[in-house]
Ligand binder design. Structure first.
Ligand SMILES: Cc1cc2nc3c(=O)[nH]c(=O)nc-3n(C[C@H](O)[C@H](O)[C@H](O)COP(=O)(O)OP(=O)(O)OC[C@H]3O[C@@H](n4cnc5c(N)ncnc54)[C@H](O)[C@@H]3O)c2cc1C
Length: 807
């Protein structure tokens, strides 16, 4: 066995092998894969092999589509036989909301470039004559997805990787991973030791054990999942071509042909549980099944027999029951683990056969080039913090499994695994009617429900709409108060703090104490990694704020850019401070009664900050900035003092009609100002010019990370340009990832949308062809399959001169 390698991958299932192959294709061939048994001997060998296209996430769809395009070609590429069945698929919808969902995903299909149609019940029969369509309103018919033998694609990719020079060591178990002083990783195995620049955890059901060696929390549970295969059925023997794979919300099952019999895999909605009592499998567990529990499947099998009557008449030939890895959000983990660089996760996939090819391709790009061509945030392991304990993970993974065929409406979340992180105002906001959503473990108010009814989630405008309108207009006309304690907050201090920050940010660092700037961290390719607000508290002390979901990501971005020679301390103070946003034309009047600090425009300008006393509470960081485009301040207050500050602001604001507002209102307000969002408009496959953020990049600075590449990108010109659109919408607004057309031709895609209540106008952000990015250009947006006219408008349609926020 080699003693040194550029990359060591632990685990020879479809995920590990998919990555190995794509690293080799990218030119990294000094790569070693370790497998304790035989390739595929974990979950991969016994998977049903379905590879669907249907998915509501554009990035995940790209992963799926890549796989379904790769697998049929693998034999030609690698010489290893692959049995690809491109029989297509039918996703059934039995409710109006499910039909809306299909229509939204239809838009995704246009962007991802796969063929599909939405069929009515009578048309379904034409592609699947054996289906009983009782209660079915529509079906999403995909033409070129299907199923494949999981071992075939894994072995083919392994053959391809070997041919390119990668090494695979079967029967070699990793027993420990440790980081060396040099920054390299030492992987101990039962066959010897290897030192590697990068290590990848692709250990499937063992990924949490492997992660624990280095103190990494791997939020995954091993769920017990079954499928059954019947004896051959004469009607299917006589029928050609192969029937499409059916996904049915009524029986919560996938149903397809398998060797002329029927294969059915139900996702039970109440009785699912983890394997092995939540413990990892024994190390010698190899190519084995987990004991089946057929009783718990019976209600679903009966429903499946109603949907596909031939199934009810056939005898069961085999039962497959095995561990399926599952994260709390159902999406696999792929990307850097938090902490020391070059430890990568590539595991916890529930649909890993379909995803193994694409997941490997995009992680290989990230590892080799520093970024992938798609936005990897939804796969990034750092979307889970240490709040995703094993107990929480199991609870939520079970709920997620139960909801495998449930249609989540926009904004709808699991009800379990909640209340993990609260601001100290939680109870007060709750009693004010706050409707919370979970973000990075936090409960954050989305809107305030005056009726007590709660949100009726829908793809269309729903019962939150009027309340959100009232909140947004209160901010525009009077004053609003929002708890935004979920900000990720860091302090960067030390003699080299200023030089360090100046070296890593694209904007200019404030030179004076009390200065504040919005800035971005770019990667070496000139693409946007992070967005931060930096306040200079002293010559050597900076307060750094970023998105709630970026807490681990941005800590890594800061730490990884720090040189060992720089005398800088980076501290995460997220939980130390709470944040209240006070915004609206009356904000100054409300605050003035609570502080001696001069709030006048002359002495407290927009984009400045002071540390001061408010409501008798010392040490409050008052930042004159906000994300809603009004006169206002963010008040960063010791978390324990937040209730006192909140009460004081509410009392002082009462006579001004102060109104609590949540993130729904914040979203509509920021859209009216064309404020971009990290993760939606600003992502790691976009540069500052494409995002129309030129004014935040100072190419005249002598140096900062990403400067050279930005200059080159500026010269080359944008591939697409971000614009604000006025949308002629009726009963729903853009959510993001809707296709945009110009003269009937696909011209781009939306990234966010909302109804601007002060403008009485539905708005969207879209990336479109640069030549169309001129105010007045007429476009069309497909919203639930209906084309709505949209017009490019100048940025910041509300208060374009920024007079209100500078008032
Ligand atoms: C019944 C069932 C049906 C399924 N059907 C589908 C389907 O239709 N479509 C689909 O896309 N997905 C399906 N899946 C899911 C799919 O099987 C998994 O998502 C996929 O196999 C995960 O691949 P993996 O490489 O992450 O894990 P695994 O295949 O489990 O591979 C991990 C490997 O790591 C090795 N390993 C672990 N620890 C070490 C160590 N310390 N040293 C060396 N090696 C180690 C293990 O031996 C194992 O081979 C199904 C799963 C089940 C259970």
């Amino acid at each position: 066995m080699k003693t040194h390698a550029r990359v060591v991958i632990i685990g020879g299932g479809v995920m590990g092998v998919g990555l190995l192959y794509h690293l080799a294709l990218e030119g990294w061939t000094d790569v070693v894969l370790l497998e304790k048994g035989e390739l595929t001997s974990g979950s991969t060998w016994h998977a049903a092999g379905q590879c669907p296209h249907f998915n509501s996430s554009l990035n995940m769809t790209k992963v799926h589509v890549y796989g379904t395009q790769l697998y049929p070609k693998l034999e030609a590429l690698t010489g290893h036989a692959v049995s690809w069945h491109g029989c297509g698929g039918l996703r059934l919808a039995c409710t109006d909301e499910e039909v809306h969902w299909l229509k939204y995903v239809h838009g995704i299909s246009r962007l991802a470039g796969y063929e599909c149609n939405i069929l009515g019940p009578s048309e379904i029969k034409a592609v699947h004559p054996f289906l009983d369509v009782t209660g079915v309103k529509a079906a999403f018919h995909t033409l070129h997805d299907g199923h494949v033998a999981p071992a075939d694609i894994t072995m083919a990719m392994a053959a391809g990787a070997r041919a390119l020079g990668a090494d695979i060591h079967r029967r070699t178990r990793a027993t420990n991973v440790q980081r060396l002083q040099s920054g390299e990783w030492q992987i101990t195995t039962d066959q010897g030791t290897i030192i590697a620049e990068h290590v990848v955890n692709s250990a499937g059901s063992y990924a949490d054990v492997v992660g624990s060696w280095t103190g990494h929390l791997v939020p995954m549970a091993n769920m017990l999942h079954h499928y059954l295969i019947t004896e051959p059925v004469q009607e299917l023997i006589d029928h050609a071509p192969e029937l499409p794979v059916v996904r049915d919300p009524y029986s919560h099952s996938y149903l397809r042909e398998e060797t002329n019999g029927i294969l059915i895999g139900p996702y039970e909605t109440a009785t699912a549980h983890v394997c092995w009592d939540g413990k990892p499998p024994a190390w010698d567990f190899e190519s084995e099944l987990v004991a089946p529990e057929l009783d718990r499947l019976m209600p679903w099998l009966e429903k499946a027999a109603e949907r596909f009557p031939l199934f009810g008449q056939a005898g069961v030939k085999s039962v497959i029951s095995g561990a399926i890895t599952h994260t709390p959000d159902g999406t696999y983990l792929s990307g850097p683990a938090p902490g020391a660089p070059n430890y990568w996760m590539h595991c916890a996939a529930s649909i890993g056969i379909c995803q193994g090819g694409g997941a490997g391709k995009y992680l290989a790009q990230w590892m080799v080039h520093g970024q992938a061509e798609i936005n990897m945030r939804e796969f990034d392991p750092r979307r889970f913090g240490n709040w995703a304990t094993q107990e929480v993970t199991e609870t939520v993974a079970i709920a997620d499994y139960h909801h495998m065929y449930y249609c989540y409406k926009p904004g709808e979340q699991h009800k379990v695994g909640r209340d993990l992180r609260h601001s100290s105002l939680h109870e007060k906001l709750k009693s004010a009617g706050a409707q919370f959503s979970q973000v990075f473990g936090w409960e954050r108010a989305r809107w305030y429900d005056p009726t007590g009814q709660g949100e009726d989630f829908s793809f269309k405008r729903n019962n939150a709409w009027n309340a959100v309108r009232a909140e947004a207009l209160a901010v525009r006309e009077r004053v609003g108060l929002m708890d935004l304690s979920t900000f990720s907050k860091f302090e960067v201090t030390g003699p080299d703090a200023a030089a360090f920050l100046d070296r890593i940010i694209a904007n200019r660092l404030p030179t004076k104490t009390g200065g504040l700037t919005l800035t971005h961290l770019l990667n070496v390719n000139g693409f946007i990694e992070s967005e931060m607000t930096i306040t200079r508290l002293a010559d050597d002390r900076f307060y750094v704020l970023s998105a709630a979901t970026a807490q681990l990501h941005d800590m890594d971005q800061l730490r990884w850019r720090l040189r060992s020679t720089e005398n800088v301390t980076i501290t995460d103070v997220t939980d130390t401070y709470g944040t209240l946003v006070l915004a609206g034309p009356k904000a100054r009047d409300v605050l003035a009664g609570l502080t001696d600090t001069d709030l006048s425009n002359a002495s407290f300008r927009w984009l400045t900050a002071k540390e001061t006393m408010v409501a008798g509470i010392p040490g409050i960081r008052l930042l004159r900035v906000n994300y809603v485009g009004e006169l206002g301040w963010e008040l960063h207050c010791p978390m324990a003092d937040m209730p006192k500050l909140f009460d004081a602001l509410m009392a002082a604001g009462a006579s001004h009609g102060i109104q609590l507002f949540g993130t729904y209102a914040m979203n509509t307000l920021r859209m009216e100002k064309s404020y971009r969002g990290w993760g939606s408009e600003l992502t790691a496959e976009i540069d500052m010019f494409e995002a129309s953020m030129q004014r935040f990049i100072r190419l005249d600075k002598p140096d900062f990370i990403g400067r050279e590449a930005s200059l080159a990108r500026q010269q080359r010109g944008p591939r697409m340009t971000l614009v604000t659109l006025a949308v002629d919408a009726t009963d729903s607004d853009c959510m993001g990832n809707e296709p945009v057309y110009h003269n009937g031709t696909l011209a781009g895609l939306t990234t966010s949308g909302a109804y601007g209540h002060a403008l009485n106008q539905s708005l969207a952000f879209a990336y479109i062809a640069p030549e169309l990015a001129i105010p007045g250009t007429k476009l069309e947006i497909a919203l639930f399959q209906h084309r709505h006219t949209a017009e490019v408008i100048a940025d910041s349609p509300y208060d374009p001169a920024n007079e209100r926020l500078r008032a």
